[in-house]
Design a protein around this ligand. Structure first.
Ligand code: FE2
Ligand code: FE2
Length: 169
């Protein structure tokens, strides 16, 4: 198994995209009950909370330190994470039968897909070029080590603290 940070983050992105497609399918026809949407949104929120935490705590600060030229990209990414955090926290607290539930999830999916796209198409190639193999493996190893302790819920104090730090760091 690769420990390359970019490979690991892309695996997370792939799983998120899978969940997003599942949610979209759950909108179609009678097989789209609120309980199914609830389950999928809970999975999306948990996956995003963990992923954002690992990026905020390890990947972004490490790259920021090692590649100062990428500062602006990282600041923009922190703000994009913040928008997703707000929507995740609201969805976690919202009833799945609420009129706004699907609309809010759709906006979350659109925002995260845009963010993932930018990371994969623009940011990761720059990071790989600037850092090379060994530093990316070290960063990946740190993310693997932190993952079991990473929050799964937006109301976890660890997630709140990390998110707050990300937009003021
Ligand atoms: Fe990100
Ligand atoms: Fe990401």
């Amino acid at each position: 198994m690769s420990t390359d940070a970019i490979v690991l983050l892309k695996e997370d992105h792939k799983e998120m995209r899978r969940l997003f497609r599942e949610f979209e399918k759950a909108q179609e026809g009678p097989e789209g009950p609120a309980s199914r949407r609830r389950k999928l949104v809970d999975e999306i929120v948990a996956a995003l909370t963990t992923h954002t935490y690992l990026e905020n705590e390890v990947m972004y600060p490490e790259v920021r330190k090692l590649v100062p030229d990428l500062e602006d990209d990282i600041l923009e990414s922190y703000e994009e994470h913040h928008v997703a955090d707000v929507l995740c926290a609201e969805l976690a607290a919202m009833d799945a039968s609420d009129d706004h539930f699907v609309a809010k999830t759709t906006v979350l999916i659109e925002n995260v897909e845009h963010h993932i796209e930018e990371e994969e198409q623009e940011w990761f190639p720059k990071v790989r070029e600037a850092l090379g193999r060994n530093p990316l493996q070290e960063i990946g190893e740190r993310m693997i080590a932190l993952r079991p302790d990473a929050p799964r819920s937006p109301s976890d104090p660890k997630a709140i603290k990390s998110a707050r730090h990300a937009i003021t760091a």
